[in-house]
Design a protein around this ligand. Structure first.
Ligand SMILES: Nc1ncnc2c1ncn2[C@@H]1O[C@H](COP(=O)(O)OP(=O)(O)O)[C@@H](O)[C@H]1O
Ligand SMILES: [Mg+2]
Length: 433
């Protein structure tokens, strides 16, 4: 573990570990920190920016690919650490901006939908790109020349996802010269909290492959025997509110697929919850993966809220796997929902196989980031000792139902046109919570 440095400069009991000290002590154009969850990246960046803002007048832009609302940004992280550091007297926290009394300003802006306002920004000294694995090549192209103030710096924090993500390619595989490039993981964080450690250990035991991606900060490895490859997905813009997304794609029918976990323990399955809808001209849009590992009453509530938030038309769940449980429990909360039990008789892999043709024909589009669902689809091979693919099962239920509905209605499925896609990239947020 690194030793804390830069401690106690009259700024409360705050330490930044040595690995992050170049943020404040070195003058480089790019400062890139990447690695697994819990490495202390976000907190160190926030602390370093706050210290710098107090020390000298600094214009900071905090950006990410998508920012549907200020809640998506690191605004909250700053608010929290201003408090912990005991520096509230230096700052004025406003809804969309944080100001320091010496004229420093921290602002927050998503890249994807604000190209023009980003382009016209002047005088940014530090641009923090958070969750930069999502930043597209187009966004980088526009952002980098925008940060043109003398001695300006671009700070980048991210958890790697795939080797061909533009951020990984540009900064890790082919790094520019003027760069601090560090990989940091939980072992490098002397403040790594116990709750995260519990989560880490559970993941290590349950999902050893996923562990290497999430916690060791390695790029995802697909499995050659899996039914999907990353390039099979058509991904479309997932920015904006649920209402905006529904309008954008003309979605007229929405279903929620559920793969219920009837018991809850550290080792039990998660409850797969996947929302999808039929859009204009009948492609199917996978809208959200809200899969959760929690107690029955909690996911029942989540299901109820999801139904209301999406204005869903039906819930589909495996009958023999807690389907009745859903029906009975939901009834207690509301009578206004439609439920249909689905029988899943075949083994999981042939079940999943039944929806591959929909992808082969380009009839399914993924809205926003469905990183974990796609990961499951690209790694599940049906091996005996593999964890049950909860997300994939929920997806199968919902896609089978929706494609059958389209056929029943004698509506022709129209394969997607190439211009409907926005490349092989992830966009937007899958989570609406
Ligand atoms: N300088 C610090 N002081 C105290 N706690 C810290 C510090 N840095 C990180 N932590 C703790 O470690 C956790 C994980 O850090 P975080 O910055 O969120 O990691 P990452 O962004 O790499 O996933 C934080 O939630 C916090 O509890
Ligand atoms: Mg982080």
């Amino acid at each position: 573990m690194g030793d804390p440095v830069l401690s106690n400069k009259g700024l409360g009991e705050i330490d930044i570990t040595e690995v992050f000290s170049p943020l404040l002590l070195e003058n480089k154009r790019y400062k890139v920190y990447y690695g697994g969850r819990g490495g202390g990246k976000s907190v160190a960046f926030a602390i370093a920016i706050l210290i710098r803002c107090i020390q000298e007048k600094t214009q900071v832009l905090c950006t990410r690919e998508f920012q549907n609302s200020i809640q998506d940004s690191v605004h909250r992280t700053f608010t929290k650490w201003i408090d912990i550091m005991g520096v509230s007297s230096h700052f004025e926290i406003q809804n969309n901006v944080i100001k320091c009394f010496n004229g420093s300003v921290i602002s927050f802006q998503g890249l994807k939908r604000n190209i023009t306002s980003i382009k016209s920004m002047e005088g940014i000294d530090i641009c923090w790109c958070e969750e930069a694995e999502n930043i597209s090549a187009e966004s980088w192209e526009i952002l980098i020349p925008t940060i043109r103030q003398e001695n300006s710096q671009i700070w980048i924090s991210f958890n790697p996802r795939r080797e061909d993500d533009p951020t990984y390619e540009m900064f890790v595989l082919n790094p520019p010269k003027d760069i601090i490039l560090r990989k940091v993981c939980w072992q490098d964080n002397p403040f790594f909290p116990n709750v995260l450690d519990q989560e880490r250990l559970a993941c290590k035991e349950r999902y050893p492959n996923k562990y290497r991606w999430i916690w060791d900060g390695e790029c995802q490895q697909g499995d050659d025997d899996a039914l999907w490859k990353h390039q099979d997905f058509v991904r479309v813009d997932g920015s904006g509110s649920i209402k905006e997304i529904i309008e954008r794609y003309g979605i007229w029918y929405i279903a929620i697929g559920v793969d219920p976990a009837v018991s809850y323990s550290e080792r039990s399955d998660s409850t797969g919850i996947v929302v999808a809808g039929i859009g204009r001209d009948n492609p199917i849009y996978v809208l959200a993966d809200l899969t959760i590992h929690t107690e029955v009453n909690e996911w029942i509530h989540l299901l109820h809220n999801t139904y209301a938030r999406y204005g869903a038309d039906i819930i589909l769940a495996e009958k023999n796997q807690g389907g009745d449980l859903i029906q009975n429990n939901l009834k207690h909360i509301s009578r206004h929902f439609k439920y249909e039990g689905v029988t899943a008789s075949k083994d999981k892999i042939s079940r999943a196989n039944e929806i591959t043709f929909l992808y082969e024909e380009g009839l399914v589009k993924h809205v926003g980031e469905l990183t974990e669902l796609e990961y499951e689809m690209c790694t599940y091979t049906g091996g005996k000792n593999e964890k049950s693919p909860d997300r994939l099962d929920a997806l199968v239920h919902v896609l089978k139902y929706l494609s059958a509905k389209i056929h029943r209605g004698n509506v022709k499925l129209i394969p997607s046109k190439p211009q409907d896609t926005v490349g092989n990239r992830m966009f937007g947020k899958n989570s609406v919570w």
